[in-house]
Design a protein around this ligand. Structure first.
Ligand code: BTN
Length: 285
């Protein structure tokens, strides 16, 4: 049996065959206790199976769900990705959750909560597993040239301000993506990187406690440190990239990510292009 760390939120249990295994089901009451002082303990909505936690998050937010609501599923039957794609994940192996936030910010700043979730998730993965993901614009977490996690943010505006936003993240934790033939890009998981299973509750708690602290700092106006880390952890800056975007296919050097989360690219004519949404590809040596 592979070694497992004993943690506060998971337990080692004997199965019917008498083997020791890591009991790792996601339990809302355990999560609630572990997140007690955070806004994410206020309203935890758990599903064994659901079409999409983002879809549900938007429905609940529109009905008045409080800030911090956490929608969590062991399995999604219609998980949504960016740009109309599907998010694939086998049940009970990974993390799939969405958060309802109601930050009093204008639409141009709606990128900031997404940015801090990516930072919190990357730091949480590193703390719990030792794997350090980098950020691939706009908000994917990568290890090497393989995707570890993706974030989908959807929001509703009211008179130019955010009324609510739903930020959903899928993190590949314990499955082995090499066994799935359906993926459209190279994927990895914490298990693939470490050859060990990671307790998912510990990972969630680490991410959400961090995010709670980051969100508090963001609301107090301390955002420079996040932009700095966001650029430092970017895996594309200074590199030749190809971007499929609303402006078509663009090639150039990725220069920086601006205050609104846009990618600034220097194209072959030396002109700077501002790209708000797209998919980046990189050449790997
Ligand atoms: C992407 O990389 O394209 C974004 C993927 C986002 C997936 C997560 S899984 C939890 C939440 N619910 C969804 O339907 N999508 C997000």
């Amino acid at each position: 049996m592979e070694p497992v760390d004993e943690t506060v939120y998971t337990s080692l249990t004997y199965n019917q065959e008498g083997d020791l295994y890591l009991e790792d089901s996601l339990q809302p009451d355990v999560l609630q206790g572990a997140l007690e002082s955070s806004i994410f303990s206020r309203n935890i909505v758990f599903f064994e199976s659901l079409d999409s936690t983002n879809r549900m998050g938007k429905e609940l937010a529109a009905q008045g769900a409080p800030e911090g609501s956490l929608i969590l599923a062991e399995e999604q039957t219609a998980g949504r990705g960016r740009r109309g794609r599907t998010w694939l994940s086998p049940g009970r192996e990974n993390l799939l959750f969405s958060l309802v936030l109601r930050p009093p910010i204008p639409a141009e700043q709606a990128f900031i909560p997404t940015m801090i979730l990516a930072l919190a998730a990357g730091d949480g993965v590193e703390e719990v597993s030792g794997v350090r993901p980098l950020i691939k614009w706009p908000n994917d977490l990568y290890v090497g040239n393989r995707k570890l996690a993706g974030i989908l943010t959807e929001f509703s505006l009211w008179e130019g301000l955010v009324e609510f936003m739903v930020i959903g993240i899928g993190i590949n934790v314990n499955w082995n993506p090499d066994e799935s033939g359906d993926l459209i890009y190279p994927a990895t998981s914490i298990f693939r990187e470490t050859k060990r299973r990671t307790p998912r509750t510990d990972l969630m708690v680490s991410i959400l406690n961090r995010l709670d602290a980051f969100y508090g700092r963001m609301l107090s106006g301390y955002i420079d440190e996040f932009y700095r880390r966001w650029n430092e952890l970017s895996m594309i800056l200074g590199r030749d990239v190809t971007v499929e975007s609303e402006l078509g296919t663009l090639r150039g050097v990725a220069l920086k990510i601006d205050r609104e989360g846009a990618l600034i690219l220097r194209d072959s004519r030396g002109e700077q292009r501002v790209i708000r949404n797209g998919d980046v590809s990189l050449k790997f040596a």
